[in-house]
Ligand binder design. Structure first.
Ligand code: NAD
Length: 381
């Protein structure tokens, strides 16, 4: 039976634009009856980025440097937009006002004011399906943590730790790029880039931070500008947020959210750990096929480790004896986006909702204030 096709335009053909292209090209991997994405339009002012798409996607009919050309196309139903943060507000709002469905990227607006205006546009177009990308919860080990939370296996929560660590900035000779510049990345620094990844599972599980104390670090203050000189590097490198959080029963517990660009030895290390009175569990992409758990049975507790193999939330052709990796998580996220978009089945795990980006901005705005004032700040939505 022919499956529904959703015709996409891609705005921003860098790192993440290409990841979507690769996922769309690998749809045969999935054993799902959900809709299939077809890339029919691409846009990036840097024309050198176009060729890879044109080489591999004969379906492309429009290749442009101006995203408005994609928005005018009657054929394009949905847009994936992966551009620097200072462009989110304008482009996301234009996409929504052109009546196109949208998968946006985090932080979904460069700051809280931009996010509020994007959310107002979404509210004015209730028929559109809008989500924000976040792929790490699709790892089998992360899904297992989610399953344990849903099954209330932890008992009363003691604490939650969620983080995202990188180390490539430890190389102080690495030239500056837009992600290290406030005007393009935003004042949140590493939180704007990495924060939502640490928040997706806690927020969806109903763990809402009420107050935050934040320590933000600015360690590398300048970087090579790529032209023989040095440029100021003013974004925060590392952020540690201690959040006073409530669970659905109103119990308070501490939630530690860490986003670090200077985490020695870490390469895209995303992790979550939930400690409870009855049980604890953790997953990290550093050990991508393992799920660690502990059941509190006696005076002494022991952590157990189980190899999960390829147990993807949306079934694929890969046998369970094999391993799961980052491109698989991206593919799963896109399959979940399209399943939810079609609305026939509830996805096993849905992409970040616009309201969750509002909470993320409220938290990160409070974190900036907390760091500045050396104070504990309330999260104001
Ligand atoms: N989900 C994830 O894991 C993940 C990872 C990295 C980045 N991101 C997010 O994705 C977004 C893009 O990041 P990236 O790493 O792909 O950046 P990138 O620098 O690799 O790519 C951005 C692209 O946008 C293009 N661009 C600039 N202005 C444009 C315009 N007006 N119209 C169309 N294209 C334009 C640039 O030329 C560039 O090719 C950001 O919001 C970032 O936070 C998400």
């Amino acid at each position: 039976m022919a499956r529904k096709t959703v015709k996409f335009g891609v705005i921003g053909l860098g790192l993440m634009g290409r990841e979507f292209g690769s996922a769309a090209a690998r749809w045969c991997h999935l054993l799902t009856q959900g809709p299939v994405p077809e890339i029919v339009g691409i846009c990036d002012p840097n024309v050198q980025t176009h060729q890879w798409f044109l080489d591999f996607f004969p379906s492309i009919k429009i290749a442009t440097q101006d995203y408005r050309d994609l928005l005018q196309s009657q054929e394009i139903e949905a847009i994936y937009c992966a551009v620097p943060h200072h462009l989110h507000e304008q482009i996301y709002i234009d996409v929504i006002c052109a009546n196109k469905h949208l998968m946006g990227e985090k932080p979904f607006g460069i700051d809280q004011a931009a996010n509020t205006r994007i959310l107002q546009a979404i509210q004015a177009h209730p028929d559109l399906f809008v989500r924000c990308s976040s792929e790490f919860p699709y790892f089998p080990g992360a899904q297992k943590v989610i399953q344990w939370i849903k099954e209330h296996r932890f008992g009363k929560i003691i604490e939650v730790r969620s983080g995202f660590h990188h180390s490539s900035d430890m190389d102080v000779t690495k030239p500056i790029n837009w992600k290290r510049m406030i005007e393009y990345n935003g004042k949140y620094g590493c939180m704007g880039d990495l924060g939502l990844h640490t928040q997706h599972i806690p927020f969806r599980m109903g763990w809402t931070p009420q107050r935050v104390y934040a320590v933000l670090s600015k360690i590398v203050t300048e970087r090579p500008d790529g032209k023989g000189g040095m440029a100021p590097c003013l974004t925060y490198d590392n952020a540690t947020l201690v959040c006073e959080t409530t669970d659905r029963d109103g119990n308070l517990f501490p939630m530690y959210l860490e986003t670090k660009r200077l985490a020695p030895g870490a390469t895209n290390t995303w992790y979550i750990e939930v400690d409870g009175l009855l049980a604890s569990a953790k997953f990290t992409t550093r050990d991508p096929k393992s799920f660690y758990f502990l059941e509190t049975k006696a005076k002494e507790q022991a952590w157990s480790r189980v190899d999960l193999g390829y147990t993807s939330p949306i079934p694929g052709i890969t046998a369970g004896i094999f391993e799961f990796g980052f491109p698989d998580a991206i593919l799963q996220m896109w399959a979940a986006f399209l399943q939810e978009f079609e609305g026939k089945t509830e996805p096993v795990w849905g992409c970040v909702r616009p309201e969750e980006t509002r909470l993320s901005h409220a938290l990160q705005t409070a974190a900036l204030k907390s760091h500045h004032n050396k104070s504990v700040e309330k999260i104001v939505l």
